[in-house]
Design a protein around this ligand. Structure first.
Ligand SMILES: [Zn+2]
Length: 162
């Protein structure tokens, strides 16, 4: 008659109820439901000192994209580099153009260094030919790592476009 009911499962509690704290409110529960909450420290017959689990709010923000990253210097002789890489793959200007969806005439101008490739064209060339056309200290470090670089947003965008 004086038995209490577990506030979680409703079972009658024989003996002393376990006081636990769930969501900052104290509940009297049976032994098997005690695990759902934190024992109320001063009362609990089994004073397990539980350190409140601090939620680690470590939000990993993606690094803001360096706005100047695209304003990179092209390597000297980028045209020759492109041509050599292209010829190394046995591709004609037309074939390369078809692969990266650019006009062969444009690529020809780039190879002659009449014009500098725009960023997206440059990235497609770099990706297709597996070469680096930019001259950046940070990229040089990546390069020394050996296996080339990871995808950039530009690469991903150009993949999606395919
Ligand atoms: Zn219960």
């Amino acid at each position: 008659m004086t038995e209490k009911q577990c506030e979680i499962c409703g079972a009658e509690i024989s003996g002393s109820p376990q006081k636990i704290v769930i969501d900052r409110s104290t509940m009297e529960v049976c032994k098997s439901c005690a695990r759902f909450g934190k024992p109320e420290d001063k009362w609990s017959p089994v004073p397990r000192k539980m350190v409140p689990v601090e939620r680690a709010f470590i939000v990993r923000r993606p690094k803001p994209r360096d706005q100047f990253k695209d304003l990179v210097e092209l390597v000297p002789e980028f045209g020759r580099k492109i041509r050599e890489a292209r010829e190394g793959l046995g591709l004609t200007l037309e074939e390369l153009g078809a692969r990266i969806k650019e006009k062969a005439t444009l690529l020809k101008k780039i190879e002659r260094e009449d014009i500098s490739p725009e960023d997206d064209v440059r990235k497609k060339l770099e990706k297709e030919l597996k070469i680096k056309l930019t001259d950046q200290a940070s990229e040089a470090q990546v390069k020394s790592g050996g296996s080339g670089r990871g995808l950039t947003l530009g690469d991903i965008a150009s993949i999606k476009r395919k």
